[in-house]
Design a protein around this ligand. Structure first.
Ligand code: AMP
Ligand code: MG
Length: 338
């Protein structure tokens, strides 16, 4: 009799231990850190306990290679010397960027750095170039003139690279390898507005991603529900300066070297490929609503949410039913058909 009682108690203890362990397993590990000039937060469900550290290290490694403002980075060296041999990562990202630039046309160009610098965005020492200066700067933007021989890249005279429009998306893609190797069940990586949604959450719930309110970027005007992929947002509110009541944003039109002014406040892209999501968010911002819609209709392998300054929110078919406007926002949701 006694033995049986102990057996039952043991079974209960064992059951409780299993339940407690599985609860503990569904609690994510998380870390916040500064990298790529922004605050990043990574949250990982399951897998090796050091995954957050490994993700942080990998992103820091990429930042050290790709940051144009860091004198020791490969991109800075290439910009200074005009020709340089670079690592696998840097060569890979320049190659992907040139391929995306070919598809996106004049809206996206990684040789935009002399213009970005002239406006003072990297230093914060802002300046409005003259029309004459702008003409010269626009003439220097042309990534089709970059030459490559394996990992050695040569820039045309006066050109400098800026991978700021794609680096976070590329980092998100690279994090997948670490998450796979470390057997993570799921992860939410917020790399400063570029958000990677990996795997399936242990409780089976879908991912929910807030879309920043440009008037209050710490808050959200709506939420997108999705099963995975990368959600990348480009917004004028992320970096800008104001002079004489006019706002100048950090996203430039490569054909004029001027900050974009087309009524768009933010572009959010949902796409499996992080590098493409990041390039698309910047490029569709430059294209403007009509060209962005045309581009979507001829490609379709991504979705967008475009917020304009008349408080309209344009959502493509794949995200329209998955988006919830937050209380208190009198925005008009408009469906963009295929
Ligand atoms: P994102 O926040 O991803 O839209 O990237 C914006 C950053 O990309 C800017 O801060 C610039 O460094 C760079 N950039 C600005 N305009 C362009 C453009 N038209 N094509 C490529 N890169 C750009
Ligand atoms: Mg981008």
């Amino acid at each position: 009799m006694k033995k049986r009682t102990f057996g039952a108690t043991g079974a209960i203890i064992l059951l409780l231990t299993v339940i407690l362990c599985s609860c503990a397993k569904s609690e994510p590990h998380s870390a916040s850190f500064q990298s790529m000039d922004t605050l990043m937060t990574v949250k990982v469900y399951g897998g090796d306990s050091d995954l957050c550290d490994r993700l942080q290290q990998r992103i820091a490694e990429l930042d050290a290679q790709l940051d144009a403002t860091d004198e020791n980075s490969e991109i800075n060296q290439l910009n200074q010397k005009g020709t340089a041999k670079v690592s696998d990562d840097t060569a890979d990202l320049i190659g992907r960027s040139l391929q995306l630039s070919g598809e996106l046309g004049q809206a996206f160009d990684i040789t935009v750095y002399p213009a970005v610098k002239a406006w003072g965005f990297p230093s914060g020492d802002y300046h409005i170039p003259t029309d004459e200066e702008l003409k010269k700067l626009a003439a220097r933007i042309d990534d089709t003139a970059i030459k490559s021989d394996h990992h050695t890249f040569t820039l045309p005279e006066g050109a400098m690279l800026d991978l700021g429009a794609v680096a976070k998306g590329y980092a998100a893609d690279q994090c997948d390898t670490i998450l796979k190797e470390g057997h993570a069940a799921a992860a939410v990586l917020n790399l400063g507005g570029t958000i990677r949604l990996y795997g399936k959450k242990p409780d089976g719930s879908r991912f929910s991603v807030g879309v920043a309110d440009p008037d209050n970027p710490a808050g959200y005007f709506g939420y997108l529900s999705c099963d995975g992929g990368t959600v990348a947002t480009s917004g004028g509110y992320e970096r800008y300066f104001e002079k004489d009541g006019k706002r100048y944003i950090h996203i430039l039109d490569p054909t004029t070297a001027k900050p974009v002014e087309n009524g768009i406040l933010s572009v959010t892209i949902l796409c499996d490929d992080g590098t493409a999501a990041d390039a698309l968010s910047t490029a569709l911002f430059v294209m403007g609503l009509d060209k962005a819609t045309e581009y979507y209709r001829s490609h379709r392998d991504f979705d967008f949410i475009i917020l304009t300054d008349d408080h309209s929110v344009y959502l493509t078919e794949g995200v329209y039913d998955e988006f919830t406007l937050c209380d208190g926002y009198d925005f008009h949701l408009k469906k963009v058909d295929r």
